[in-house]
Write a protein that binds this ligand. Sequence first.
Ligand code: URA
Length: 222
Amino acid sequence: MSSLTEQASKHPRLHQLPQTHQLKALMTIIRDAETKRGDFVFYSDRVIRLLVEEGLNYLPVVDKEVTTPMGVPFQGVAFEGRICGVSIMRAGESMEQGLRDVCTSVRIGKVLIQRDERTAQPKLYYSKLPRDISDRWVLLLDPMLATGGSAMKCIEVLLEAGVREDRILFINLICSPEGALTMLEKFSKMQIVTAEIDEGIDARKFILPGLGDFGDRYFGTE
Ligand code: URA
């Protein structure tokens, strides 16, 4: 493990899924260049489901008492905050169904950010967000965090829309340590939930060892 990866793995606002054998096996399938598209989609969806479930652990709850069919009171909890999803197009759209499977009728906004050819900086091309997003917790969806340029631009868009930074959860399959650390340094309250922290990025800004272009493999546009 590189020292940067180790540093990222200890960051208090970077939450890695429990590194179970099951998760390792799923990640091994989707990282394998030989994996065909059907399996890539199927196993990515399984990891996305685990990520969304884990993300919900960071939402606030309030005490709630119910009565069981045995007529006995049970001291439980209920989710308190309202949520929405925001996917960073195009790869983040692959995570929308995983969110819907867990949170029925959840509102989902979309943001399209691409590199401006002239300035080489991430530029906002399109955004459509729920009207009441400033009252909600936001699960920001993007499977691959390389430099973090697009995701950080997207967080700026959310903050401009009135979202509280401490209510932003970035849900991600694989992050580079430098991308994650840059993002957590720039924004001091948001949190990241990821499956695995990789070793770094190459000259083309692809994550290593990574899994290649997620959007192309998921949507079949290789
Ligand atoms: N986006 C991808 O799809 N893959 C990477 O490795 C980095 C960004």
